[in-house]
Design a protein around this ligand. Structure first.
Ligand code: PLP
Ligand code: TYF
Length: 394
């Protein structure tokens, strides 16, 4: 039986981790996988998360099963964090999932159950796992143009022209903030136009929000998601706690299904629980507990927000420094987009051979599509990267 299996293509982002590890050069720079790193290159446990862990260790009295939907305190605190008061709580069904990836996977499965003919529209480019999960599930995928390689911003005209092809019952996947891999995002007026178009067509939006707090701040980063949730008859939202709580390996995410129509809540909640049961029964609980403890304790929450804000400001400062350095070296503003992009990533718009030269000649690792993780830099390595970018002729 197993001899029928074919080798699967490796995840190009994860493969970079290994390649970087094996590189003996001391001054190598890792701008690959999307994990936050501080100036010392570490991914620390956030103070409030550590404190929540201590509290949980002291107070938790059982490890028995929770429910198929996970801990209600986790859902409630996360729904507030992501949606604020944009929609009434009784319009939102939610399940805890293994990471944001689990939420994405289960959202697609829910769509498949609700409408087997649904096509899923995804930005070109998007996070590669979106594409591979859709392919694995056998869901028809259509790309819409998104990134303008000239300006390194969003090609909004092309995006809207492509989204004009959506039909009633299709799903349109959008990144809530901090687009991965490009770093280029819509403004709120553009979001409103997308909402109006989808509503006119009868298509359903799905928001993947994995970087709330990494772009313009917790509320601003959630503004587009809230706009969609408040103004569309139906929406799916996949939220990840991996980055903004720094709990990557705890596998903590939440899938939310919003319907304005009264009476759908029960059936949606039941279907989400059903999907958990088909996949793994009960979702992981530890990470969700940490999140709900942090979010419902005023002192821990305030400390978490301070630390998250430091992370965000640190990445913004690196963006400014890199854009300044490149302005000086290139004598032009053609890299100004780096300071406009938001989140961990920016797509440089360089060809794969230039990305390869950065690795071979300078020991600088980024994804082949020229996506770099800004958090892999520090104030000392920014000038090194800037010089290398100029040297390889980007
Ligand atoms: N969606 C996007 C766009 C991401 O970049 C990520 C990765 O961090 C995720 C979802 C899910 O991450 P995780 O499953 O680690 O929570
Ligand atoms: O895009 C990234 O780098 C993060 C981390 O299969 C990641 O989202 C990368 C690949 C993957 C899972 C997570």
């Amino acid at each position: 039986m197993f001899s029928n299996l074919k080798q699967q293509p490796a995840d190009k982002i994860l493969a970079l981790i290994q390649a970087f590890r094996e590189d003996p050069r001391e001054n190598k720079i890792d701008l690959g996988v999307g994990v936050y790193k501080n100036a010392q290159g570490q991914t620390p446990i956030m103070r409030a998360v550590k404190a929540a862990e201590r509290k949980l260790w002291e107070e938790e009295t059982t490890k028995t099963y929770v429910t198929l939907a996970g801990d209600a305190a986790f859902s409630d605190t996360m729904i507030s964090l992501v949606l604020g008061d944009a929609v009434a709580r009784d319009r939102v069904a939610a399940v805890a999932t293994p990471g944001g990836t689990g939420a994405v996977r289960q959202a697609f499965e829910l769509v498949q159950m609700a409408n087997p003919d649904a096509r899923v529209f995804v930005s070109d480019p998007t996070w590669p796992n979106h594409l591979s999960i859709l392919k694995h599930l056998g869901i028809e995928t259509v790309t819409y143009r998104y990134f303008d390689t000239e300006t390194c911003g969003v090609d909004f005209g092309a995006m809207m022209a492509d989204l004009d092809q959506v039909k009633a019952g299709d799903l349109v996947l959008l990144h809530g903030c901090c687009h991965n891999p490009t770093g280029a995002n819509l403004n709120l007026m553009q979001w409103q136009q997308v909402v109006d178009l989808l509503n006119a067509k009868g298509a359903v939006p799905m928001i993947d929000i994995a970087y709330q707090g990494f772009g313009d701040g917790l509320d601003k980063d959630a503004a587009a998601t809230r706009l969609v949730a408040a103004n569309c008859p139906e929406a799916l939202i996949a939220a990840s706690c991996s980055k903004n709580f720094g709990i990557y390996r705890e596998r903590t995410g939440l899938l939310m299904a919003v319907a304005q129509e009264k009476g759908l809540h029960g059936v949606m909640q039941g279907n989400l629980a059903y999907l958990s049961r088909q996949n793994y029964s009960f979702p992981p609980d530890h990470g969700g507990k940490l999140v709900s403890i942090v979010l419902s304790d005023d002192v821990l929450r305030a400390d978490w927000q301070v630390e998250l804000e430091e992370v965000r400001q640190g990445m913004l400062a690196l963006r400014e420094q890199l854009a300044d350095e490149l302005r000086r070296l290139s004598g032009s503003d053609r890299f100004g987009f780096l300071a406009q992009h938001r989140g961990m990533f920016s797509r440089l718009g360089a060809s794969p051979d230039k990305v390869e030269r950065l690795r071979a000649e300078h020991g600088i690792y980024m994804v082949g599509d020229s996506r770099m993780n800004i958090a892999g830099l520090n104030s000392r390595t920014v000038p090194v990267l800037a010089q290398a970018i100029i040297d390889v002729g980007i």
